[in-house]
Design a protein around this ligand. Structure first.
Ligand code: KIV
Length: 304
């Protein structure tokens, strides 16, 4: 048997067991190999390749522009960097709502080509519920997403808290129940009042994952660039920055520039490769001959 204990990968069942045992679920988004590796090693339960990458990686002003092929490119990178965490791929805008067959096909691409463990979809429109029902029956685990659903930013009228009125809160609970009945293994609740998120969490048997919805959800997720403090364009109140990579990066680049300009970087002993000293006299002699032949001695002076 190997000395290194084989890591048990996190599955959708692991997340459901955590809820049953009252153990919180820890998750972040990830969009690339290196970050996925770091987060996975640090013990994150699941990594969401969120369509938020449209904003944080690609610089769009919302999530609507990212395509299936662009998402797939990032899903593959995250899967390559992950050993233990469950990788969930976000179905982008228009990839699951035009027709049933396309939705199934696109979800299948994430599993087959991207090799991730699950997919996520926003909303609880009857068409979406039908797709979720179909996917879960054919072996594709689906995570739901309610509350503020960024792909509906244009109909919701901006980045706004959802479920604030009694009617809206009841509607959210009903949608959460419908998603659970359709077979989701977890539901993201984004920008939902604490009390409403807490009630939905109590009512569901599947875990709720909060973002801007208070600490009563079964788990939490943040966009990794917000968490690291390196995304400057939006700063919602629910984001807690665990690092300030923006100022740290700025400072590091200033130091790097200073070192290059002063000649302190790179250090020729520890950060470069040296020519063997015993070959140097011979090399200089041969260079001298070449230079004399070309009547140019500038390169010799530089080496000496
Ligand atoms: O795209 C994303 O990053 C998300 C999270 C905010 C849940 O959907």
């Amino acid at each position: 048997m190997s000395i290194i204990a084989k890591q048990k990968p996190t599955t959708t069942q692991t997340l459901q067991q955590k809820k049953a045992q009252g153990e919180k679920i820890v998750s972040l988004t990830a969009y690339d190999y290196t970050t996925a590796r770091l987060l996975d090693t640090a013990g994150v339960d699941f990594l969401l390749v969120g369509d938020s990458l449209a904003m944080t990686v690609l610089g769009h002003s919302n999530t609507l522009s990212v395509t299936m092929d662009e998402m797939l490119h990032h899903v593959k990178a995250v899967v390559r960097g992950t050993k233990k965490a469950l990788v969930v791929a976000d179905m982008p805008f228009m990839s699951y709502t035009t027709n049933h067959a396309t939705a199934i096909e696109n979800a299948g691409r994430f599993i087959q080509e991207g090799q991730c463990g699950a997919i996520k979809m926003e909303g609880a429109h009857p068409q979406v519920l039908a797709v979720i029902d179909h996917l879960t029956r054919i072996g594709i685990p689906v995570m739901g997403h309610l509350g503020f659903t960024p792909q509906s930013v244009n109909t919701l009228g901006g980045f706004k808290v959802q479920g604030k009125s009694i009617k809206a809160a009841k509607q959210l609970l009903e949608e959460a129940r419908q998603l659970q009945a359709a077979g989701v293994f977890a539901v993201v609740l984004e920008m939902v009042p604490v009390e409403v998120a807490s009630f939905i969490t109590e009512q569901l048997t599947v875990p709720t994952i909060g973002i801007g919805s208070g600490n009563q959800c079964d788990g939490q997720i943040l966009v990794v660039d917000d968490f690291l403090g390196r995304y400057p364009d939006l700063s919602p109140r629910f984001v807690r920055k665990y690092l300030h990579l923006d100022t740290l990066t700025q400072h590091a680049v200033e130091e790097y520039g200073k070192d290059i300009r002063s000649g302190a970087f790179p250090d020729n002993t520890s950060e470069a490769f040296r020519f063997s000293p015993e070959f140097l006299p011979q090399l200089l002699k041969e260079w001298q001959t070449v230079a004399l032949q070309n009547e140019d001695t500038s390169n010799i002076k530089r080496v000496v």
